[in-house]
Design a protein around this ligand. Structure first.
Ligand SMILES: O=c1ccn([C@@H]2O[C@H](COP(=O)(O)OP(=O)(O)O[C@H]3O[C@H](CO)[C@@H](O)[C@H](O)[C@H]3O)[C@@H](O)[C@H]2O)c(=O)[nH]1
Length: 487
């Protein structure tokens, strides 16, 4: 399959893509930067990507992407949930450091002409403004989530969904949602957290970040109009939501499909922030399993497993009696979970636990039958692009929406219900895997939908397909803005 070519700016257009340094943000940002230009992530992420560039924190180039790190004032990577003074200090440090990157690139003969930033990076917005540069927000979650946040903060409809966000049974109907979505089950978890004031520090910090981002997007003094929004989705996947948000936001470019990394596409798309288990070991193990037999379990780069949750997953796996590959990161793993896994290696030997793997390669392997996922948006896109039926077990943030898309919109997953304390029980896990890939009618329907969506997503990544055209339109739009500014 022909791969989309790079669409870097011509005539001196140079994009600086700034992203938060965690895996779920880095993957889509890096895939975009491959096609555009320089990637700037906070130092803690840069150091994990390029340990050998420390301690000097040098800029790095891999021949395709130029990596120019900046300090966001929190170089240990801890979440910035501190006090007002602390936030102000971090912001100043972050603005100064990123401004220095912009000046350095100019001095090196590569002046930045447009800044792109992922979610909740208000200081990047300020830097773009200070340098008189146009800015595009790179929305790395689905368009449906963009619709939900936009109308939450702008008060759509009867009293606004904000008025109902505290009611888990409320069915939200918004422009672009093809069917009502239940507030407690299908909408971003931060809306209810915000409305009820029950969110923890991290959740509150993230909601504040979203609110500020939408305020910045509304404010001509902060972001030059038109405000451009790139969405990591494709028209094929979310046409209705994209259509419905355009009247509110203006220039919305659905560029997602080309940035879904596809194994075997001949491009090294992934940089892993976690030490991978020896790839040969788990790939050889997968090679030895029967076709479409392995249950792959992964909850992304942020969630950790409590001891009870780990026990329940093992209980479910035992009940299924299928080979399994389970990612349990070393970071954040408690000694109790460690002990449990050691004991399991003996008790349930037909599986493998890894600390981290190349997920796209795993999902592309013919022995994998089912993906038990937390529904991070990258994992969601990867499941669909690889045609692997899923068990959708969302936890927080955008994940309930992504689960709704997987199960109800695209019909490629079974939605798992967690208990009130957030635990996915073994019985529920096993029930859902059986429904998703067993011998019943539902599994047959899910298999057919998975094949069909895989085809659609692959068509969307082909050279000249709508997503690539959309990325080219974005570049053209930036060039028009440059032309207008310079004349
Ligand atoms: O062993 C592993 C496990 C994961 N991954 C990759 O890590 C990424 C994980 O991203 P995602 O699935 O989006 O999950 P999170 O890391 O949890 O991402 C955060 O960021 C996403 C983008 O904003 C949100 O959709 C999620 O809810 C949020 O938790 C994916 O590309 C996976 O392929 C691996 O390569 N190997």
């Amino acid at each position: 399959m022909a791969q989309p070519a790079a669409v870097r700016g011509e005539h001196g257009t140079h994009f600086l893509v700034a992203a938060y340094g965690i895996q779920g943000h880095l993957n889509p940002a890096r895939a975009l930067a491959r096609r555009l230009a320089t990637l700037s992530v906070p130092l803690f992420g840069h150091r994990r990507m390029f340990p050998s560039s420390s301690p000097d924190d040098q800029e790095v180039s891999d021949g395709v992407i130029h990596y120019a790190p900046f300090s966001d004032g929190q170089d240990d990577g801890s979440w910035p949930t501190g006090s007002g003074d602390e936030t102000a200090r971090r912001r100043r440090a972050s603005c100064d450091s990123l401004s220095a990157v912009v000046r350095r690139l100019a001095a090196a003969g590569r002046p930045v002409t447009c800044v792109v930033c992922t979610l909740n990076m208000p200081t990047v917005v300020q830097v773009a403004r200070a340098h008189g540069l146009p800015l595009a927000v790179y929305w790395i979650q689905p368009a449906t989530v963009l619709v939900a946040y936009y109308h939450y903060f702008h008060g759509h409809g009867d009293g606004g969904i904000a008025a109902h966000a505290a009611d888990p049974a409320y069915e939200a109907t918004l422009p672009g949602l093809r069917r009502p979505m239940r507030m407690g089950r299908d909408m971003p978890s931060f809306l209810a957290d915000d409305a009820t004031g029950t969110g923890d520090d991290l959740s509150q910090m993230i909601v504040r970040g979203f609110r500020e981002m939408f305020e910045q997007m509304d404010d001509e003094e902060v972001i030059m109009k038109p405000c451009m929004v790139l969405v990591n989705t494709s028209e094929a996947l979310e046409e209705t939501a994209l259509e419905a948000i355009r009247p509110y936001l203006g220039d919305v470019f659905a560029i997602g499909a080309p940035v879904v990394p596809l194994a075997g596409a001949g491009e090294d798309q992934a940089i892993h922030l976690f030490a991978q288990d020896e790839e040969k070991r788990y790939m050889a193990w997968l090679d030895a399993q029967p076709p479409k037999s392995v249950v792959y379990v992964s909850w992304g780069s942020l969630l950790t497993y409590s001891e009870r949750q780990a026990e329940e997953i093992l209980r479910g796996i035992r009940r299924l009696n299928l080979p399994y590959l389970w990612v349990v990161r070393r970071e954040g793993r408690s000694p109790e979970v460690d002990r449990l896994l050691l004991a399991t290696a003996a008790a349930v030997p037909e599986g493998m636990v890894v600390e981290w793997c190349d997920q796209v390669r795993v999902l592309s392997h013919p022995s994998v039958s089912c993906f038990v996922t937390h529904c991070g948006w990258n994992s969601t896109l990867e499941a669909v692009a690889c045609g692997v039926p899923a068990v959708a077990a969302p936890s927080w943030s955008d994940q309930p929406v992504n689960a709704h898309l997987l199960a109800e919109e695209w019909g490629v997953a079974v939605r798992a219900e967690r208990e009130a304390d957030g635990v996915l029980t073994g019985a529920e896990l096993a029930r859902c895997v059986e429904l998703a890939v067993g011998s019943g009618d539902m599994a047959t329907a899910i298999a057919a939908s998975s094949r069909a969506w895989k085809e659609r997503v692959r068509e969307a990544v082909a050279a000249g397909a709508p997503s690539e055209r959309s990325l080219r339109s974005f570049v053209k739009r930036v060039q028009e803005l440059e032309f207008l500014r310079s004349n």
